[in-house]
Design a protein around this ligand. Sequence first.
Ligand SMILES: NC(=O)c1ccc[n+]([C@@H]2O[C@H](COP(=O)([O-])OP(=O)(O)OC[C@H]3O[C@@H](n4cnc5c(N)ncnc54)[C@H](O)[C@@H]3O)[C@@H](O)[C@H]2O)c1
Length: 349
Amino acid sequence: MTQQVVRVGIVGMGIGRANGRAIQADPRGEVVALCDLIPERMEEFAKELPRPVKFYTDYKAMCQDPDVDAVMVGTPNQWHVPVALEAVKNGKHVLVTKPLADSEEAARELVEAAEAAGVVNMMSLGMRFSDQVMYLEALRQQGFFGELYYAHARALRRSRIPDWNLGFIQKGGGAFRDMGVHVLDACWSLLGKPKPVAVLGVAGAKFGPRGLGYWDFRQPKPEYYTQFAADDYGGGFILFEGGLGMQVESFWAGHHEHIEMTQIELFGTEAGAKLRPLTLYRTVNGAPQDIVVNVPKKAEGFSEVAKHFIACILDGIPCEAPLRHGLIVQQMMEALLRSAETGKEVRLD
Ligand SMILES: NC(=O)c1ccc[n+]([C@@H]2O[C@H](COP(=O)([O-])OP(=O)(O)OC[C@H]3O[C@@H](n4cnc5c(N)ncnc54)[C@H](O)[C@@H]3O)[C@@H](O)[C@H]2O)c1
């Protein structure tokens, strides 16, 4: 009999809950198990679910559960690869939150293992699957922009260094892997996923180690912020095959205008675009047109991600956001951070 429902185990009760809600809301998805180091977080989320679920504090045990078909990984960055590796080794499909990993080596190991295991492996990318980015992607595929040759991707927060999990500020965390990954992935995808050839970047920590710049100006305890070992800003330039260029930056904190969420700007030979508010720019009969587009809200949160993940498993359709995309984005991020450390351009070709 063909399988009708994907039974999913969720690891990590932060962003894992948002992904879990979307999976549960899909008629062909069911959350059957939860895993977290903190039992109360599982108990709290379980109250939202329609049927009783199993609780695990050990992700390895969950990954061996024969009643689990797929694992959603929502732990801090440093645990994405260990958990997802365990899942794929046990033949489970995996959905991994961003960024794919805390280093390029770890990302590569996971992608190779997932592909060798032949399981569906997908990045959970809320931004790439958002209504607005999907709208721009459809326009690109229709040739609306002509040749896209330049882009600017930006995440800028006034004071929003995460203060609830050390994973964010320890090695393998940082602003660039946290928010830069969203804009970099969505923008790279909108450019048609060109091959990166060189990266030059800067990055540093100007606020976090001083106990400044934390979430909505909250004051973290010194025990927290003295462990800061990541970047709180990073930015640079990526050169792609064919001469395309992307300027990308991510600030967890800065004395600057807070932009709501993120911004992407595209430059094409026939038209350009800005993501927020979604605006298209073109010239018709010698006159510029700035078109503000109100995309009707179709999807809630991670529902497009969940729908696609489930369709890949049950219908066998090709995955549009495989972990291999996460690896290419990770390569670009790590190259930018390496360039910042060495003060030199990093070649990827
Ligand atoms: N829009 C998005 O896609 C989005 C948004 C927020 C966070 N994230 C990502 O989600 C991850 C977690 O961030 P968060 O804000 O949800 O953090 P969080 O602290 O709220 O949640 C993480 C949970 O993982 C649990 N955990 C840690 N190590 C574990 C382990 N070994 N086994 C089982 N559980 C473990 C923690 O107890 C915690 O409950 C990060 O990698 C972040 O980048 C993605």
